[in-house]
Design a protein around this ligand. Structure first.
Ligand SMILES: C[S@@+](CC[C@H](N)C(=O)[O-])C[C@H]1O[C@@H](n2cnc3c(N)ncnc32)[C@H](O)[C@@H]1O
Length: 246
């Protein structure tokens, strides 16, 4: 078995991947807390209010960010409907999801997980979700008009292909000008890669979890990081695809 079950700090269950030698969520911050406070709440508080939002969830994993988005929709009024696009490379993982114990707040959405795993799509009056089983790098080339990106891949050290300048160039192309990207990574090479792809870089300290990075092509009401200064001082380099190193 490639995975082991782990209980995270908020009591929600997550997995450890033996292949990547990493957990799917932060054990210290808690899987549900992480989805809510590092991705969903920051993104919805910073993106301009719109009746319909298009969201890219990189990558589906246990579906925690997607389900937490559905949970949050109930508590706000600006957004009436969402379309969520989510790639996931590991089809074996998807078959395990029915045996996981999800946080109580997300349990009512488990039939949606089942439909996604069986049919790769879910549609209701206000929710549309597409689960793409395959490589995110290929999938993102087919998308556009995205308002929110949850950048939640395994760490840059373990899964570098989802953190490079070339990858973020494609992400920048599919995002709207006022779109917002959230990520748990505060690593300088990641921020440099996002900056080189044309994003402004912001830092945020959400409640109860560790600091996050926010990226957007627009000016946001957050403390912006002076990336030109960082470039001058940093010994770190932005991550690049293999063969693209300078
Ligand atoms: C940290 S986990 C995502 C956790 C997820 N956001 C959640 O809320 O449960 C990273 C996921 O990326 C997937 N992955 C790794 N490389 C990928 C790729 N090139 N394309 C699509 N998915 C990929 C892994 O199989 C894993 O499920």
């Amino acid at each position: 078995m490639k995975y082991e079950k782990r209980i995270s700090a908020d009591g929600s269950e997550t997995l450890y991947s033996k292949e990547y030698e990493e957990c799917y969520h932060s054990i210290k911050d808690g899987a549900f807390q992480e989805a809510l406070y590092k991705h969903v709440l920051p993104a919805f508080s910073l993106v301009p209010p719109k009746p319909h939002l298009r969201i890219l969830d990189i990558c589906f994993g246990l579906g925690m960010n997607t389900l937490t988005t559905l949970h949050y929709l109930q508590y706000q009024s600006a957004t009436k409907s969402v379309t969520i696009f989510s790639p996931e490379l590991d089809s074996e993982l998807l078959l395990l999801l029915k045996d996981l114990r999800y946080p109580v707040q997300l349990q009512k959405y488990l039939p949606i997980i089942e439909q996604l795993v069986n049919n790769r799509v879910y549609k209701s009056d206000n929710i549309s979700i597409e689960l793409f089983v395959g490589d995110a790098r290929e999938y993102i080339k087919t998308l556009g008009g995205i308002d929110i990106v949850y950048q939640d891949a395994f760490s840059p050290k373990k899964n570098p292909m989802l953190w490079t300048v070339e990858y973020f160039n494609d992400i920048a192309s599919l995002m709207n000008e006022d779109g917002v990207l959230t990520t748990y990574s505060i690593a300088t090479p990641v921020r440099l890669a996002l900056y080189e792809a044309g994003f402004r870089i912001y830092e945020m300290q959400p409640k109860g979890v560790r600091k996050i990075t926010i990226a957007s092509k627009s000016i946001l009401p957050l403390q912006e990081i002076d990336m030109e200064q960082k470039k001058l001082r940093a010994t770190a380099q932005p991550l690049r695809d293999k063969g693209e190193e300078i």
